[in-house]
Design a protein around this ligand. Structure first.
Ligand code: ATP
Length: 217
């Protein structure tokens, strides 16, 4: 569903992604881990078509939506209007199906997005992405700035969509525990290059990964 081959993306002379290759199969939920500056948001932007590769290929076998880093909502618009913007391209006008799996959004629909808590705003960004009726979702830092219980709640909704509706998910995270809990497989990116990839269970046992991402566990 998401097929990235030998991808190079640069900002001027600085190479942000250096011959990156990864795949996410239809219905799979896969993690991409990496520290600040590894190139994670660059990949998200490239998958979303916002950045142009210098070389390599990106192929997406369906409709893709992005939950961008920092949510990027329109703070002065209501939750309902933010959701409606997500449906602009797909023609989806009715958020009822979003309220089915994110019922809290129905209660918040009339509120201004800018006054909501971080977790609520992330939920709006999630719902807005789903309004585009995607086959695949790229989530850039679900957990950023959120309390663990709030992250866990959102992660639960994401896992449910993956399990029950076959939504393909690429979960871009700095929080390795969350990523390994949610995803059977993961890639680890550092300075624009893949350093390792594999089953989450095996990566969690890899001493290099554990010391860098799991606090030396
Ligand atoms: P973070 O979690 O901090 O967002 P990241 O893994 O998402 O990090 P990117 O934002 O993709 O990393 O950045 C990758 C590299 O590209 C970094 O070295 C960064 O400084 C550089 N970079 C990102 N955006 C730009 C830009 N607009 N112009 C120049 N360099 C950039």
């Amino acid at each position: 569903m998401i097929d990235v081959k030998d991808l190079v993306v640069s900002y001027g002379t600085a190479t942000a992604l250096d011959h990156l290759t990864l795949t996410v199969a239809r219905g799979e939920m896969v993690a991409l881990l990496g520290p600040n500056g590894a190139g994670k948001s660059t990949l998200a932007g490239t998958l979303a078509g916002l950045l142009k590769p210098a070389s390599g290929t990106v192929s997406i076998g369906g409709r893709l939506a992005l939950i961008p880093e920092g949510r990027q909502l329109f703070p002065d618009l209501s939750v309902a209007d933010n959701l409606a913007l997500g449906g602009w391209r797909s023609g989806e006008r009715d958020p009822a199906f979003v309220f089915d799996f994110l019922p809290r959004l129905a209660e918040l629909a009339g509120r201004r997005a800018g006054v909501l808590s971080g977790g609520e705003q992330q939920m709006v960004a999630f719902g807005r992405a789903m309004m585009s009726r995607p086959d695949a979702l790229v989530v850039d830092e679900l957990s950023l700035g959120l309390a663990p219980n709030v992250t866990a709640d959102l992660a639960g909704h994401l896992a449910e969509l993956n399990r029950e509706r076959g939504l393909t998910v690429l979960l871009i995270e700095q929080n390795a525990r969350l990523a390994f809990d949610l995803c059977r497989r993961a890639y680890v990116l550092e300075s624009g290059r893949l350093v390792t990839e594999g089953e989450s269970a095996e990566l969690a046992d890899d001493p290099r990964v554990a010391s860098a991402y799991l606090g030396g566990a």
